[in-house]
Design a binder for this molecule. Structure first.
Ligand code: IMP
Length: 423
């Protein structure tokens, strides 16, 4: 399993792609088109939002699990975009139990954020939160509902009953018509049908047959609805446990849990971020690291590496390994500060506080590590790295509590140092 160890955007697409050739199934288990993976294959760059990155590998079966929320219009346009570029997408499987992001959920996401004003979450505006809310409220629409018009109509009616009251009375918006939504959703049904499958059965049979199944988390640990910086989080469980519920695979079946860890820290949207930089260093990380969201085009907030967060990610996910990404971005700094602990109301704290108030008050305690100026993008092994880069990696590994098994030294597919195999 691969998942983000920070606030998302750690470079998961590259990590998944590295394993591409040896993996039989790549499974998304949560989130929706709020994710954004950039995968570079040769001189081609692909930006994926909803589809698993395994879609680019000809030998791999990409799977959208039951825990994912699917916007059908986004799904179909992402598929046709890939088809136009010659990518074969016919192997894709979509769980019939995955929930549909309906047009009214996108509307509710946007108006809610506007209504929250300065307390807004900074969501991607893709309807993710309202769709999961409907799921938990038991008024969600699932992929399988597209194939029973009567059931679909009843369910849309039930969902809109309350929503239209809220939209018209609270938000002063026009009510949404049931027929118009049903018609739009039915319009997608035939095109999606060939992909719909009992993915739980398929995946468990694949595991029994000793196939390699890769679970790919969207977002990151600190955006988890249970373990992240609530309420500034996404509405699903990107952490390791989410793969079991979101794909229907038992925890005993998962052998490796790999945390993707950026060599510094970024965050999109609102919420606390202790090591955030507001100076020229932050600007430089953003520029050199190309820190702009694949999905939203928003500039990412940037800061130094935070070892407290990395340790937390190791713990809540039971990480077995780290994939350290974007080490090359740090080339050129004389000293690189790393946050080793927090100071909260005058006290040194080594672990992530569970209290939201404490986390908002946390100030980073930095240790400066010596930097390097040599180009590292051509390094093929750990020994090829300059001594100070080696020491930076070793220090991060020691502080974070799990071995760093691969290091990204550039955006290209081959710009990766493999230390231990992930398979
Ligand atoms: P939502 O997932 O659209 O509801 O947004 C909730 C929070 O998660 C916001 O702060 C978003 O910026 C953040 N978020 C959602 N998806 C991603 C992602 O793929 N990378 C980074 N942040 C994300």
């Amino acid at each position: 399993m691969l998942l983000g160890a920070q606030w998302g955007d750690e470079g998961k697409g590259k990590a998944t792609d590295l394993l591409g050739g040896s993996v039989d199934y790549v499974v998304r288990y949560q989130g929706g088109n709020n994710a954004g993976h950039t995968v570079v294959v040769g001189d081609q760059k692909y930006a994926l939002h909803l589809l698993p990155s395994g879609i680019l590998s000809p030998t791999c079966v990409p799977v959208i699990g039951n825990g994912v929320v699917v916007d059908p219009s986004v799904l179909l346009s992402e598929l046709s975009g890939l088809n136009e570029r010659g990518v074969d997408t016919s192997k894709l499987l979509i769980s019939g139990n995955a929930h549909i992001i309906t047009p009214y959920n996108v509307t509710v996401d946007k108006v809610t954020e506007r209504f929250l004003g300065k307390r807004k979450i900074g969501t991607t505006g893709r309807g993710i939160g309202p769709t999961y809310a409907d799921k938990i409220n038991r008024v969600g629409i699932r992929v399988q509902d597209l194939y029973d018009e009567s059931i679909l109509t009843q369910k849309v009616e039930a969902a809109l009953d309350v929503k239209n009251q809220i939209l018209s009375k609270l938000y002063n918006r026009r009510a949404i018509g049931v027929d118009q939504v049903v018609e739009e959703l039915l319009g997608y049904a035939a095109q999606i049908e060939p992909y719909v499958a009992d993915t739980v059965l398929v995946l468990n049979q694949a595991l029994e047959d000793d196939k390699v199944v890769l679970f790919e988390g969207g977002q990151g640990t600190l955006l988890d609805i249970d373990h992240g910086t609530y309420p500034f989080v996404t509405s699903s469980n990107p952490t390791a446990g989410g793969a079991c519920t979101g794909a229907g695979v038992g925890p005993t079946k998962i052998s490796r849990v790999i945390g993707i860890l950026k060599a510094y820290t970024t965050r999109v949207g609102a919420g606390p971020f202790p090591t955030e930089l507001f100076d020229a260093d932050g600007e430089a990380l953003r520029r050199i690291g190309g820190e702009r969201g694949v999905t939203t085009g928003r500039d990412r907030r940037c800061g130094w590496f935070d070892a407290v967060i990395a340790r937390y990610a190791t713990r809540v996910n039971g990480l077995t390994d780290f994939f350290l990404t974007k080490l090359d971005v740090l080339t050129g700094w004389e000293q690189i500060p790393v946050c080793v602990a927090y100071e909260i109301d005058g006290k040194r704290v080594e672990e992530l506080p569970y209290s939201q108030t404490d986390f908002h008050h946390a100030k980073p305690v930095y240790e400066n590590l010596p930097g390097w100026s040599e180009d590292i993008t051509k390094a093929k092994s750990f020994a090829d790295l300059p001594k100070n880069a080696q020491n930076y990696v070793k220090a991060l590994e020691e502080m974070s509590g799990a071995p760093i098994s691969a290091i990204g030294v550039g955006p290209g597919r081959d710009e990766t140092i493999e230390i231990n195999s992930f398979l």
